[in-house]
Design a protein around this ligand. Structure first.
Ligand code: CAA
Length: 286
């Protein structure tokens, strides 16, 4: 089946975001190939996708047929297997040099018709597109974590992205059952431009001893009806990712109001990255 002219989707990077993106594309009927440098990461992605799809099926959010489709995802460490994809979504680490290098390689090896999308949480789409010979076919498609549960996807056309590619991206994301928020290509787009300064401010309040982590989280969770307090959410997203996004906002706007909180930086320096490392603001047993 094809959605907006896309039938074969490649996902590069099988971490939490890449796995989630692969899962929602597959359960919507697209053929999906996921690639990662590490076979261990691919195995974990496959296990997580199966567990997530089973949970969603049990709750009646996916049909048994859709759950079966997620078992047909193809996993490979060989990037050249994405040759026949008509859409490739990269979800590798938030490092501009790594993303650019990947886009150069993909640009040289896949059909000129293939659309290259980035799931970057804040890096300029225009700058990533500029290293390719297809800037009109590069677009930001930014999913939220956890992808199978979160309803929003930001779509960020770069300055040279064609209106046709933008409308195909919107059609695709809508067919995945998500809501689109369209954003111009400015640092942090919409969600992270607003969310990350809130998280950064929670770290500042913690650093200044205004309140304990638990009270800061309780205040924001119960006081503003958020599902998680900002420090719990920061641990969930990854403190390194939060810091990287604050750096992009700080450099991109050149405005001191986006200065990363020194305590956030210190936690990252200590390797306290949140849930994924077992310790962030809070400690985790598994
Ligand atoms: N797949 C399927 N089911 C899942 C799942 C997944 N990946 N993750 C959790 N669930 C299920 C759980 O099994 C649980 O099911 P039951 O109710 O049957 O037990 C249910 O979802 C709720 O999970 P929890 O009980 O663990 O916790 P919760 O009620 O707090 O919900 C949450 C979890 C949906 C993550 C919720 O806390 C939430 O919405 N948090 C905020 C998330 C958020 O803000 N994300 C955006 C981050 S910003 C971003 O992503 C952008 C960026 O660039 C950084």
């Amino acid at each position: 089946m094809a959605i907006a002219g896309f039938s074969q989707v490649g996902v590069v990077g099988a971490g939490q975001m890449g796995a989630g993106i692969a899962q929602v594309c597959a359960s919507s009927g697209l053929r999906v190939t996921v690639t990662d440098l590490s076979s261990g990461v691919l195995e974990a992605a496959s296990r997580n996708i199966q567990a997530s799809a089973a949970r969603l099926c049990q709750k009646g959010h996916l049909t048994a047929e859709q759950q079966k489709l997620t078992a047909e995802i193809d996993y490979t460490t060989d990037l050249s297997r994405l040759r026949d994809c008509d859409l490739i979504i990269e979800a590798v680490i938030e490092d501009e040099a790594i993303k650019k290098d990947l886009f150069v390689r993909l640009d040289q090896s896949v059909s000129p018709e293939t659309v290259l999308a980035t799931n970057t949480s804040s890096l300029p789409v225009t700058r990533l597109a500029s290293v390719t010979n297809r800037a009109d076919r590069v677009i930001g498609i930014h999913f939220m974590n956890p992808v199978p549960l979160m309803r929003l996807v930001e779509i960020i056309p770069g300055i040279a992205t064609s209106p046709e590619v933008q409308s195909r991206a919107v059609e695709l994301v809508t067919a995945l059952g998500k809501e689109v928020s369209l954003s111009r290509d400015f640092p942090g787009f919409v969600v992270n431009r607003i969310l990350m300064p809130m998280i950064n401010e929670a770290f500042a309040a913690l650093m200044e001893g205004v309140a304990s982590a638990e009270d800061i989280d309780k205040g924001m969770k119960l006081g503003t009806n958020q599902p998680m307090g900002p420090l719990t959410l920061a641990d969930f997203i990854g403190l390194d990712t939060c810091l990287a996004i604050m750096e992009v906002l700080h450099t991109g706007f050149g405005d001191p109001k986006y200065r990363p909180c020194p305590l956030l930086r210190q936690y990252v320096d200590a390797g306290w990255l949140g849930r994924k490392s077992g310790r962030g603001v809070y400690t985790y047993n598994n």
